[in-house]
Ligand binder design. Sequence first.
Ligand SMILES: Cc1cc2nc3c(=O)[nH]c(=O)nc-3n(C[C@H](O)[C@H](O)[C@H](O)COP(=O)(O)OP(=O)(O)OC[C@H]3O[C@@H](n4cnc5c(N)ncnc54)[C@H](O)[C@@H]3O)c2cc1C
Length: 567
Amino acid sequence: MQSTNNMKHDLNAEPAATGAVTRRSFLTGLALGGAGMAGAAMLGGCAPQAKAPESGEAAQLAETGEPSFMTPPEPVAEADIVNTLETDVLVIGGATAGSITASVAATNGLNVIMIEKNDEARCIGRDFGFVNPKPVLDAGLPRLDPYELTRDHIEKSGHRVCGDVVYRFMTKSEEAGNWFTDKCATWGLHPEVQAYSSNSDFYRNYTHVINYYPEEGRSEDRYGVMKTMLSSMAQEVVDAGGQYLTRTEAVELVRSDDGAITGAICSTDEGYVRINASKGVVLATGDYAANEEMMAYYSGWPLEDIDWPESTGMGEGHKLGLWIGAKMQEAPHPMMLFKAYCYHYLRVNKHGRRYVNEDSGYVGTAVSQLRQPDHISFAIWDSKWPTELPASLEYGGGMAWDQDFRAYGEEWTAEREEESAFGWERDEDEILYEADTLEELADLMGFEGDARETLFATIDRYNELVATGNDEDFGKRPELLTSITEPPFYALDMKTELGVSVGGFITDVDSNVLDEDGSPIPGLYAVGTVTGTLFGVDYNETTVPGISLARNVVFGKGLGEHLASLA
Ligand SMILES: Cc1cc2nc3c(=O)[nH]c(=O)nc-3n(C[C@H](O)[C@H](O)[C@H](O)COP(=O)(O)OP(=O)(O)OC[C@H]3O[C@@H](n4cnc5c(N)ncnc54)[C@H](O)[C@@H]3O)c2cc1C
């Protein structure tokens, strides 16, 4: 196991100003420039991309309370429109939700134009969490009860979800998952059921996710498989007579006099293009987590000290819908927070105090860390981890608790654990310390004065609780009480990371977007992370890990077929 002592927190630093919006890290990159039309261009590689924060807009929100994104821009002048295209269906966004919808609609006989604002569609994720797909049942795992999953998912979402959409996911997931698995086989990708699944009653992972791999197995390219999937589906659209237009960004929805959405105005390198769609316009535009103003307005979290390295969503689709009166999910919106996770091991804050029952899923752990001063948290354990961790799986386990890349049926190994540096790959500023004494460990962690004394007292107290088998302070299950007594000792400086925002528009089960009055907006549909139907309080990874990609399959397929069924 690696140990390093650089880049430690300054535990005695002044607290950040309340409400300040700062970021520890933010990818720079992609300047979109003028979007442009690239004919039926196909996908190449899919590098994650990000935009700079919109700090001017955040400042405006702070000053006036009025977010700038609510105000539509001036409509594009007719004189500036250089071309008009006609189609049955316009899909806005070429990533998983968009390309599945587009390919299903196209292969069911519709004329489809799919547009993507970047050179390449966003390419992220690898775990698909279907309920009762064939590969999972074939592995000998028991068939799950969709009624139970529906009830549990809704309850854990604080009832801030659309119950019919949740139930649709749980019940259509088997068919859609099998369909997708068959499709993957035609692209040379084969399912591998993953081991992790949680045994806790409270953050139970019911399902085992599926990863898809080519014959030669996993590659170094984390999202290489996703590239294959997206390019294959875009190819299907083109093969069926449709078009995939990159560098084409929808900037305005077109509405007819009777209120129906009939197309979009799109920005391209050649100028503005109107795309008229007779059967439907689909928002598949992803999230808004890289839009600082939207995050400040909707997230409900103080944003300082959250790492936002992967999220590139600027909320363009959210704006398009808001400008025409689509019903947005109530704030605060759920967020996909992750990392900040280290099994059941003791957690202390910057004052050296234990603050949580560590027996929790990864989103819960991230949330409790965000509630700590300066969001600082360390996990502490000792050399007994190679026996403690596999033993803990029987009681806890689940996404990010079990080993990444362990196939169902494969042995848990300490070697794999070391390779993945305790579960998730570490950021450059997420630091693992190792020391032969607790005093040395405290030095490495940067603890001084009262905090240092409190840290030692906390570890003593924790060891006492372990010895009695009764966590009188936080009520952690006895099976998960493990002492910190055998050197070397370890401390991990944990970071909370934001994956994507998962709040968005309310839709019905056919993915038709509703208006403020709860009625479907004719012609407007939404799939994927731009929707706000499936997650309530936080990103509910617990019932069905991998639900984001799986719901893109379930609702993308469902919507493609629905559009094809319209007269
Ligand atoms: C690091 C990380 C790992 C993850 N891993 C998993 C996982 O393993 N399993 C899982 O279930 N979920 C995972 N997720 C979440 C999941 O990846 C996302 O929820 C999912 O990819 C969203 O898909 P989408 O198609 O709705 O949106 P996106 O993938 O965000 O795609 C939206 C697309 O629309 C384009 N676009 C936006 N606006 C416009 C416009 N106006 N005009 C034209 N194009 C536009 C964008 O450029 C983008 O290509 C992960 C997320 C992160 C950050």
